[in-house]
Design a protein around this ligand. Structure first.
Ligand code: IPM
Ligand code: MN
Length: 347
């Protein structure tokens, strides 16, 4: 391939600012190589206020025609909670079958962590969370009765299918097998969530038979948060459900230099639809428009996008440039564009 088409959804708050730096880096990292054509899509709070639309069917259809999607952030305090999350972000992940939500946690040299890393993780922090992206409590199954009365009842049903669990578990095993340590931890809560917990546990056992060289471990999610804060070196690949993965990856980001550095990919490994790359952070409306947001997470997400497109060398160059920039900048605070420019200058 010598040309790729990328759909760009800047979205809300700091989203467009950080995505702009990601695109600068994309251009620099691929100069003289494959061509990238980008198309902007206006989704998020502005569109909802103007038209009442969240994700029109026609836009979703157009998005399907691109090779990948780059997303900034979705969510704004001027819109009722859930409208954009349930109307834009989650429908994209569901409709495009992004069942692997891939979230690496890596502490780069020179980056400070709130942990005493020399003591709790002398060999460094370098793990990846494979968060299921299409099921769990995110599917919107549930309801409310007698709302607003003292007898109100709300249910939020977690959906776990053998098909959905098996495909993400198999993907996680394959990722573990490709890493030097070949270790996979299932995180769940099977002592309380017995139906789903046993499905996950049995599936890991059964699929694990196909990967005899991958060592497996299990942790309840509450215990996993302790280990993440006290012994993160024990993790290599973690596989977990949608909600546990959401929570764990914020902790993972916090220990690995902060949410400004955490990248992610919403991936459909079958490649029948475009995968979507986005920083783990949200729209941060409190600092939007002030050039204060760290675009590093968006830039690293561009790196993940390049790797997904098979451009491994370009992806490695982006990561190396970010790594060098982080090592040099230390804890210094820089503007959004200054970080993008610094990374570009290293490419
Ligand atoms: C994330 C976000 C989303 C999630 C929200 C905005 C719906 O927190 O990408 O981690 O819960 O998945
Ligand atoms: Mn989250």
């Amino acid at each position: 391939r010598d040309a790729y088409s990328i759909a760009v959804i800047g979205g809300d708050g700091i989203g467009p600012e950080v995505v702009a730096e990601g695109l600068k880096v994309l251009e620099a990292a691929t100069a003289g190589g494959p061509k990238f054509a980008t198309t902007d899509y206006d989704l998020g709070a502005r569109r909802w206020h103007a038209t009442g639309e969240t994700l029109p069917e026609s836009v979703l259809d157009e998005l399907r025609g691109h090779d990948a999607i780059l997303l900034g952030a979705i969510g704004d305090p001027s819109v009722p909670s859930g409208v954009l999350e349930r109307g834009v972000l989650l429908p994209l992940r569901f409709a495009l079958d992004h069942f692997v939500n891939l979230r690496p946690a890596k502490l780069y040299p020179g980056v400070s962590s709130p942990l005493d890393v020399a003591r709790v993780a002398p060999d460094g922090i370098d793990f990846v969370v494979v968060r299921e992206g299409t099921e769990g409590p995110y599917t919107g199954n549930g309801g409310a009765l007698r709302v607003g009365t003292p007898a109100e009842i709300a249910t939020e049903v977690s959906v776990n299918t053998r098909f959905g669990v098996e495909r993400v578990v198999r993907d996680a095993f394959a990722r573990a097998q490709a890493r030097p340590r070949r270790h996979l931890t299932l995180v769940h809560k099977h002592n309380v969530l017995t139906y789903a917990g046993h499905l996950w546990r049995r599936t890991v056992e059964e699929v694990g038979a196909e990967f005899p060289d991958v060592e497996t471990a299990y942790q309840h999610v509450d215990a996993a948060t302790i280990f993440m804060a006290t012994d993160p070196g024990r993790f290599d690949v973690i596989v977990t459900d949608n909600l546990f993965g959401d929570i764990l990856t914020d902790i993972a980001a916090a220990i690995a230099g902060g949410i400004g550095l955490a990248a992610s990919g919403n991936i459909n490994p079958a490649r029948t639809t475009p995968s979507m790359f986005e920083p783990v952070h949200g729209s941060a409306p409190d600092i939007a428009g002030q050039s204060k947001a760290d675009p590093t997470a968006a830039i690293l997400s561009v790196g993940m996008m390049l790797a997904h497109l098979g451009l491994e060398a370009e992806a490695a160059r982006v990561e190396a440039a970010v790594e060098a920039d982080l090592a040099e900048r230390g804890d210094a605070v820089r503007s959004t564009a200054a970080v993008g420019d610094a990374v570009v200058s290293r490419l």
